[in-house]
Design a protein around this ligand. Structure first.
Ligand code: C2E
Ligand code: MG
Ligand code: MG
Length: 705
């Protein structure tokens, strides 16, 4: 492009295309004087060639070129995709041409007249300025559009939506991504209200959500809350919303805006990580690390509540053999099955962990004495020694348990675990399938209890138990109208034992059931024997414990006993304490009704010491109240006791019940009771509980009072 002046190369020159070279030179120097740099060309073709590799900020175009018209030049550079603004220059003063050129995109139109060169710089400056403004606008628009797409893309990638809540109008705006997160078609519903939003939130999280929003709006604190929402296809997802308040000029909160992020995957990953960190992958039980945490917490709680806490360290006996003979997979199955059985022995509040291998640890909390621990340990030994069925094979296994008790055997988790472990090795050394306490005292207590249990079992077989009978007397006449059967144990080593030495033990180990049945049978049998011997019939009262009431079909046991011994039900009375009845009031009401229908009397033992509510008396078919010994003892000296005794007597009479006083030892007591209309009495004043042979004498000869 020879005719173009190439001596100055700047980024942004003006391109003058003018057929008249002299005129072009004039234009060029005028514009140069105003600080522009210019290129000149005299025909269209030259200009195209130059524009193929260069750019101009503005074209000043002569309409009549030697090789083409101005409009065909414009058309041509358009088809080449060149977007350069241009100002038309023409000699003819033609308004029609001017309009046509402006329509085809010219910035301006300038006529070659006398003042042309004076006007040229202003026209060029205006065109360039317009161009600049246009570019700025375009670029602003472009960057806005770009940042919008970027934001939308970022939101999509992050599963994050944005929102605005206009607090004055209540209008809520959601970004497209937010609809997607909520599993809704974008833009639907069109109007979002806060009430509608509430319906999407899991009801369990709604209160917290509302509270967080309220705190943000009223208190100005930043909103930051996780909550679950019911989402279209995926069911429930977890989101995190963060937002900030904006205020108007008067300082009122006007807008709450922020972002909502789908954190379902993160939460899931976190909980999976927690699971990996804290749980044993084979059994799903807490692992060593979580065990330490739990033990730590349990110790703090036990110390606060002044309770004991037991750590049971458990190891399967001969697990190695099983693993070797049956393979690791069978071994794994066994470990899982053991875990399941162990869990059954524990309460929900206890912790069962697996330390690895065949070692488990149980933490028992809320234990008040050694007995509770022993019971669990025995249960564990029992369930583990039941056969397992693994892959169709019966496997027999046992375990050894070492027990350390807080606070005696250690006050921190480390010591307790160490001592439980030591005790466990002792247990293994001594004998398998046993448990061993770390401390000697605990061991002795447990041993004593077990020995007692064994000797009780033996005692039952060998007939070491026997009954004594205490007469129940009409205080006015001194006549025996009944008797209470009370148990005694002639222990081969310990001598005569009263019931308080063994009844609660028997309740704990379940022996109360056979023992209670034996008492019932013996008492009924004896009573029938006296009748058969010709003595006028008198009623026999038998004490029942709570465990017996809970026994399945106690009514049938009683009925069978009466049938077996031939005693008429009217001569049997069952004694229950208030607390025993109330322990399972609904079920007992049914049971007691059955007794009543059978014709058996029911007495409330130790009346006045248990429940203060008397309403239950109406709901149970009771025949007799027994005023507790403790009130009778000071009845003549303590006005309170006297008052209580009087009230009990009144209650009994008004409910049409019989009333008997226990523990009557003196004449004064007898007189007080008689005076207050309680004529039935039982106590040392009349007779101590005596063996059957002696009672026969009482029946024969009467009482000597
Ligand atoms: P309980 O049913 O209230 O029996 C009355 C207790 O008071 C008996 O004590 C009796 O010997 C004692 N006693 C009687 N008169 C007097 C007296 O004038 N003064 C004093 N200080 N005591 C008197 P025992 O035989 O030692 O029985 C204690 C408790 O053991 C009984 O209280 C009863 O709850 C329970 N028990 C006794 N035998 C059996 C039984 O066969 N089965 C069940 N489940 N519990 C029984
Ligand atoms: Mg009694
Ligand atoms: Mg009593």
């Amino acid at each position: 492009m020879s005719s173009l002046n190439q001596d100055i190369i700047v980024a942004d020159p003006l391109l003058i295309i003018e057929s008249d070279a002299g005129f072009a030179e004039l234009m060029c120097s005028t514009l140069n004087a105003c600080g522009h740099s210019c290129r000149k060309g005299t025909c269209g073709q030259d200009a195209f060639e130059w524009l193929a590799t260069n750019s101009a900020s503005l074209i000043i175009l002569d309409y009549s070129l030697p090789d083409m018209s101005g409009s065909s030049f414009i058309e041509k550079i358009r088809t080449l995709g060149i977007e350069i603004p241009f100002v038309m220059v023409t000699a003819s003063n033609d308004a029609g041409l001017a309009v046509a050129m402006m329509k085809s995109g010219a910035c301006d139109f300038i006529i070659k007249d006398a003042s042309f060169l004076d006007r040229l710089p202003a026209v060029v400056a205006r065109a360039l300025q317009e161009q600049k403004t246009l570019r700025q606008l375009q670029s602003a628009e472009m960057s806005l559009r770009l940042s919008e797409t970027r934001l939308a893309r970022a939101q999509k990638i992050a599963r994050m939506g944005s929102w605005e809540w206009n607090l004055a109008s209540g209008d809520i705006y959601w970004s497209d991504e937010l609809y997607r997160i909520f599993g809704l078609p974008v833009g639907l519903p069109e109007t979002i209200t806060i009430d509608w939003l509430h319906t999407l939130i899991n009801p369990l999280d709604l209160v917290a959500f509302k509270k967080a929003a309220r705190n943000a709006i009223r208190g100005g604190s930043a909103l930051d809350i996780n909550y679950r929402i019911v989402s279209g296809d995926d069911g429930e997802i977890v989101v995190n919303s963060q937002g900030e308040i904006e205020y108007d000029e008067s300082g009122n909160a006007c807008l709450l805006s922020g972002t909502t992020l789908d954190i379902t995957a993160r939460i899931k990953a976190e909980s999976e990580i927690q699971q990996l960190i804290n749980y044993d992958s084979l059994t799903g039980l807490p692992n060593r690390s979580l065990l330490h945490d739990r033990l730590h917490l349990a110790i703090a709680q036990a110390s606060r509540e002044k309770q004991l806490l037991a750590v049971l360290m458990l190891d399967l006996d001969r697990f190695k053999d099983i693993n070797e003979t049956m393979g690791h997979r069978a071994g794994d199955k066994l470990l899982k099955a053991v875990a399941k059985r162990l869990q059954v022995c524990l309460r929900d509040s206890d912790t069962l962990a697996r330390l690895g291998g065949d070692e488990y640890v149980a933490i028992l909390i809320d234990v008040s004495h050694e007995e509770g621990i022993t019971t669990v340990a025995k249960k564990i030994l029992a369930v583990v020694s039941e056969p397992f069925y693994i892959d169709g094979t019966e496997i027999f296994s046992t375990c050894s348990i070492g027990i350390a008790v807080y606070p005696m055997d250690g006050e921190d988790s480390h010591t307790l675990l160490k001592h439980a472990d030591l005790a466990m090795y002792q247990a293994k050394g001594a004998d398998r399938n046993v448990f061993q306490f770390f401390s000697r005292e605990m061991n002795n207590l447990a041993l004593e209890r077990m020995m007692m249990e064994n000797s009780m079992r033996r005692g039952l077989e060998r007939g070491e138990f026997f009954l004594v009978y205490q007469p129940q007397v009409d205080g006015r006449t001194g006549k025996i109208f009944g008797m209470e059967a009370l148990i005694r144990w002639r222990h081969p080593d310990m001598g005569m034992l009263a019931p308080d030495r063994f009844i609660s033990l028997a309740e704990g180990n379940g022996l109360i059931i056979p023992l209670g049945e034996w008492v019932l049978r013996t008492a009924c049998h004896q009573n029938k024997a006296w009748q058969d011997q010709g003595f006028p019939p008198v009623r026999v009262a038998v004490n029942l414990s709570a465990k017996q009431l809970g026994q399945y079909h106690l009514d049938e046991v009683v009925a069978a006993t009466l049938l077996e011994t031939g005693l008429d039900p009217e001569w049997l009375e069952l004694e229950l304490t208030e607390s025993v009845i109330m322990k399972d009031a609904e079920q007992n009401a049914v049971l007691l009704k059955k007794f009543k229908e059978m014709g058996i009397s029911l007495a409330i033992d130790d009346f006045g010491t248990g429940y203060s509510s008397l309403s239950y008396l109406k709901n149970f078919p009771i025949t007799r109240l027994k005023i507790d010994r403790s009130f009778v003892r000071d009845i003549t000296t303590n006005p309170d006791d006297a008052a209580i005794a009087r009230i009990i007597i009144d209650i009994a009479h008004s409910l049409n019940l019989s009333v008997i006083a226990e523990g009557v030892e003196t004449r004064a007591q007898m007189q007080f009771l008689s005076f207050n209309n309680c004529v039935e009495m039982q106590g040392y004043l009349f007779s101590r509980p005596v063996p059957a042979e002696e009672f026969t004498e009482l029946l024969r000869n009467g009482l000597k009072v």
